[in-house]
Ligand binder design. Structure first.
Ligand SMILES: Cc1cc2nc3c(=O)[nH]c(=O)nc-3n(C[C@H](O)[C@H](O)[C@H](O)COP(=O)(O)O)c2cc1C
Length: 370
């Protein structure tokens, strides 16, 4: 299987919180414990996955009753693997950027530069109340996240770093040691206007919820146009809940079972909480602004991306996402270990074949034009 820089990348959600990736009573052969997760990380890197994304949650929401902390858990997964990059989720507010810069610089040294961060901005007011953390308005949360990202980069790359922001201040600060190259990549989660504008200015990667190809294209075009005007370049990652089965009927039956067995109280409670996210932003867009009950059963709208069907159907849909500018697909599964292995064996090779064919065709076109 050949890959190159333009090959689409694959990431999976680390199940470091209990309850799996769907708010449903359906059986999920997935565990949040460290033994299961180390094995999963090893299966993922052997199956062609590039990244693993951990989650940060301080209290239960939609059922995720137990939650392992993201930075320490990510480090454990990096120690159990040799190639996989692990993205630690960070929530400004509870974390101060000086602490994160130092923690991640050390993990970068311990793991040959394989650690990255996902700066999330908070959607769960009850969680902030539970830990006594002030709850800022939607766009203020993003203003803080943007300062957080600027500060992280500054500390990681400059000596005598100075910063005078509304949220953070640094005076002649020199972090030693700084991260070795490659510098830790900075991802962000969120898709409201404020989230997209932040991506177009400072983030290396923009992560968004599941959506149709047209919905994703609109976001990609919007962000890339703004990033270009800012002289910045940003890569795009899209969430999807994958159900790959030998036949389309089997895959659709699994989706139906997940939704039929949804936990309605937990889904409604989640719908109530996420109203504090993009719906509370001035333009009322954002991650869950248009989600239906069925969409929310996968808590990042992962069904909407429609990677549900046979390996061939899924591979073609992934290439369609790539064609509108997507660089990475972030995947959730019902039974993680088994399905990551199946996906690596049956779907990723088809994607690589389709990519190679498209490149060969483009090469022929370039030659013909010469
Ligand atoms: C791929 C992805 C991963 C996320 N991971 C977390 C997380 O681990 N913890 C968290 O509190 N929020 C997480 N978020 C939520 C975002 O940071 C943000 O609060 C949410 O998307 C609402 O943003 P918006 O309404 O401004 O679009 C994630 C979002 C995405 C798209």
């Amino acid at each position: 299987m050949t890959t190159n820089d333009s090959s689409i990348k694959f990431a999976y959600w680390v199940p470091n919180v209990s309850g799996g990736l769907v708010i449903s009573k359906i059986e999920q052969r997935t565990s949040w414990d460290i033994g299961y997760n180390k094995r999963l990380a090893q299966i993922a890197e052997a199956s062609g996955f590039d990244y693993a994304l951990s989650q940060i949650r301080f209290t239960a929401g939609y059922g995720a009753e137990y939650q392992h902390e993201s930075v320490s858990f990510s480090h454990a997964l990096l120690e159990a693997t040799t190639k996989l990059k692990v993205i630690a989720a960070i929530l400004p507010g509870p974390w101060h950027p000086a602490v994160v810069a130092k923690q991640i610089a050390t993990i970068n040294h311990l793991t040959e530069g394989r650690v990255a961060v996902n700066i999330v901005s908070g959607w769960f007011r009850g969680e902030f109340a539970a830990i006594g953390e002030p709850w800022l308005d939607h766009d203020e949360r993003y203003r803080r996240s943007e300062e957080f990202i600027r500060v992280l980069r500054g500390i990681w790359t400059e000596d005598n770093f100075n910063f005078r922001g509304d949220f953070y201040r640094f005076t002649n600060y020199s972090l030693k040691p700084k991260p070795i190259d490659p510098q830790p990549e900075i991802f962000q989660g969120g898709s409201s206007r404020a989230a997209r504008d932040m991506a177009s200015r400072v983030s290396d990667w923009y992560f968004t919820n599941g959506n149709s190809v047209e919905g994703i294209k609109a976001q990609v075009d919007d962000i890339r146009a703004k990033a270009k005007a800012n002289g910045h370049s940003v890569k795009i990652g899209v969430n999807a809940f994958a159900i790959a089965r030998d036949t389309e009927a089997e895959a659709q039956a699994v989706l139906k079972d997940i939704i039929d067995q949804a936990n309605p109280e937990a889904v409604h409670a989640f719908a109530h909480e996420v109203a504090n996210a993009g719906k509370a932003s001035p333009e009322r867009e954002g991650n869950w602004a248009k989600s239906t009950f069925e969409d929310l059963v996968q808590y990042n709208d992962g069904f909407k991306t429609n990677l549900i069907g046979t390996p061939q159907q899924i591979a073609e849909r992934i290439v369609a996402l790539k064609d509108v500018g997507v660089d990475l697909v972030l995947l959730g599964f019902l039974h993680f270990q088994e399905e990551v292995a199946y996906f690596g064996k049956h779907v990723i090779p088809l994607v690589r074949e389709l990519e190679a064919k498209a490149e060969a065709k483009a090469g022929v076109r370039v030659q013909a034009a010469e």
